[in-house]
Design a protein around this ligand. Structure first.
Ligand code: SAM
Length: 172
């Protein structure tokens, strides 16, 4: 396979996520720990037609750019463990391609704006894609969840270990 061919990939945000979380510290680490949170997914005008038929789904996958993540690390200490794990065996945001993935619950779909609940996404996060969450495709009963099977204390709130404050946009 010619890897050169794959070097340049263009991503255009199709929208932006609005939430009450302005920094990593205090944000939920996954939608499963974010039952009470609500936010809005704003889809930009040229893409809105694609939202047709979405209201029939209970959940959507949001794919987004973790724009304030710190530099990639291949070994990380995840929020739910005390030891270092391989990055690709975790959901840590400090990734070579900082793409986030969250299955959030739809509250309503109106005029390019999707009200959602159960989100772990910072305010102003660029949105890359939306896909329906489909239980027939996306829900597997699995017997093993790697190192997470040995985690008993679930601390579902983030701190700033994967957060790069200097990535924040300023008003200048
Ligand atoms: C552990 S990551 C998991 C994200 C996603 N659910 C996943 O599995 O890909 C969740 C944390 O990412 C951080 N986060 C969310 N949006 C971000 C952004 N735009 N830039 C940097 N960090 C972000 C928040 O601190 C949140 O607690």
């Amino acid at each position: 396979m010619n890897r050169e061919h794959h070097k340049l990939m263009n991503l255009n945000p199709i929208g932006v996520v609005h939430s009450s979380f302005t920094e990593a510290t205090g944000a939920p680490i996954q939608p499963a720990f974010a039952k009470e949170t609500q936010g809005t997914v704003e889809v930009y005008e040229p893409y809105r037609e694609g939202l047709k038929d979405l209201e029939g789904f209970e959940r959507i996958w949001l794919l987004y750019w973790l724009d304030r993540a710190s530099a990639p690390k291949l070994l990380v200490k995840p929020y739910l463990d005390r030891v270092q794990r391989g990055l690709f065996a975790t959901r840590a945001p400090a990734r070579p391609n900082p793409i986030g993935l969250s299955a959030v619950r739809i509250l309503s779909v109106e005029n390019g704006s999707i009200a959602v609940a159960e989100l772990d996404i910072l305010d102003g996060t660029p949105l890359l894609d939306i896909k329906p969450y489909i239980s027939k495709f996306d829900c597997y009963q699995v017997a093993r969840n790697g190192w997470l099977d040995r985690v008993d204390s679930a601390r579902g709130i983030a701190d700033d270990r994967f957060y790069d404050r200097s990535n924040q946009e300023t008003d200048i």
